[in-house]
Design a protein around this ligand. Structure first.
Ligand SMILES: [Zn+2]
Length: 427
């Protein structure tokens, strides 16, 4: 048994995360005969078909070369096809390295197969490159003056040389290469352009990001609409195939029919719960405020492969609300809101000044009410964006808020807020 499967079995069976599950080692492991993975961000799965390799995903721009080098120590056959599970930069950015390798070896260029919406995604990434750089920078704690994410440089989010799919499908397709056969299925989930693959001979499901050893990234606060309900439907369709191997793009492979069915079922169940509860409250006419403060995931889903370390259930609830309910939160005051500076100035005046309001925020931190503290200090900051004392307190409030945040999404945004106050204090 491969070491990766030994580790994932141990973690799933014990319920204890004893080691990292998302590892970036650039090391190749053979998981079954003719089937390997390079652990990176994201992984590349390779299948030796007897008539060239089929790769599932191409990893990111910074890791493509190291991934293909690792694959080349395993097999020298030409890459016949690359299947993109979706068009996120960490899954397609490494494609130029794979094309470069083919050229150096005198191999024919591989086919690139993906869902048709990958084309629209690449178009959107180019149209909104600045925005995508800004939100990804914030996700990792960056600020406008000190960005922490550069994309591929020169203001581009994805490279002009990223391989564009030459074969696309709408709802699915069959792919036969050498002695390997794959069913490709489209699913809305993390994205609208996801493809998951079923490999009947190996009873393996290549899930892309639809299972990632983290709580499903269906809520991401800074990204386009995601689809929690459809995501669960895709996981159920995978279970129906009877998989014995689950091969994700992030994290460890999972083996064993029962184990695979369990993890897929629990992930689907968690998403279905959030959809059901959110929609039930929406049907009662509840506001977003009521919904996000009442829908809480039961402890049953407190599992080592559903940790809210990347995204979190509350954000997923918001995205379900957005999908069915639009952008308005149900508060009449926010329909045509006042500029934040005006509201902050008014509330600061009532409190005896922005500094007094910020000090009240600090008292609330000490009392443990971090959410209200964050609102108050932001109002003080909106009223007086250059007030040094407000920045000192703002830095402390969001440091406390960040310390209890579980998800990378939340931690990054709070870090970005902290860094902005540090920059203001340095001026
Ligand atoms: Zn990914």
């Amino acid at each position: 048994m491969s070491e990766l499967i030994e580790l994932s079995s141990k973690i799933i069976d014990s319920g204890v995360v004893s080691e990292r599950t998302n590892r970036i080692t650039f090391e190749l492991s053979e998981v079954a005969e003719g089937l390997s993975v390079v652990e990176a961000f994201s992984h590349i799965w390779s299948v030796d078909t007897g008539d060239g390799l089929v790769l599932v995903d191409a990893s990111g721009s910074l890791s493509g070369t190291r991934c293909i080098d690792a694959i080349r120590e395993w097999r020298q056959d030409r890459v016949h096809s690359i299947v993109y599970t979706h068009g996120h930069a960490d899954h397609v950015g490494g494609s130029p390295a794979i094309f470069g390798d083919a050229e150096n070896r005198g191999h024919e260029s591989p086919d690139v197969i993906a869902h048709e919406a990958v084309h629209d995604r690449f178009h959107r990434y180019r149209e909104t490159a600045g925005w995508n750089l800004a939100v990804n920078s914030r996700q990792f704690g960056g600020t406008k003056t000190a960005p922490n994410f550069m994309g591929v440089g020169e203001g581009r989010y994805i490279g002009d040389d990223v391989a564009v799919p030459n074969i696309t499908h709408q709802s699915g397709m069959d792919l036969t290469v050498g002695d390997a056969h794959f069913e490709l299925h489209h699913a809305n989930g993390e994205t609208d352009d996801h493809t998951w693959l079923w490999d009947p001979a190996r009873k393996a499901v290549y899930v892309g990001d639809l299972f990632m050893w983290n709580f499903p990234n269906a809520g991401n606060p800074q990204k386009v609409q995601r689809f929690a309900g459809d995501w669960a439907t895709a996981l159920r369709a995978m279970i129906a195939k009877g998989p014995e191997l689950l091969l994700p793009a992030h994290g460890l492979p999972v083996a064993g029919a029962e184990r695979v069915a369990t993890v897929l079922d629990m992930a689907a169940g968690a998403l279905e719960y959030l959809v059901r509860e959110t929609v039930a409250l929406m049907n009662e006419g509840a506001t977003l405020d009521t919904i996000i403060h009442s829908v809480k995931l039961p402890d049953t889903y407190d599992l080592p492969y559903l940790v809210p370390a990347y995204d979190e259930p509350e954000f997923v609830v918001r995205n379900i609300y957005r999908l069915y309910g639009g952008w308005w939160d149900g508060d009449p005051a926010t329909l045509h809101p006042a500029p934040k500076a005006a509201l902050g100035a008014e509330v600061s005046a009532l409190a005896g000044g922005a500094t007094a309001l910020a000090h009240r925020a600090l008292e609330l931190v000490e009392a443990g009410d971090l959410a209200v503290a964050a609102h108050l200090v932001q109002m003080a900051f909106d009223a007086e964006p250059t007030n040094r004392e407000v920045h000192e307190i703002r830095k402390e409030v969001f440091t406390a808020r960040r310390a209890v945040a579980t998800s990378l999404m939340a931690k990054g945004i709070y870090k970005s807020a902290i860094n902005l106050s540090i920059e203001a204090l340095d001026e």
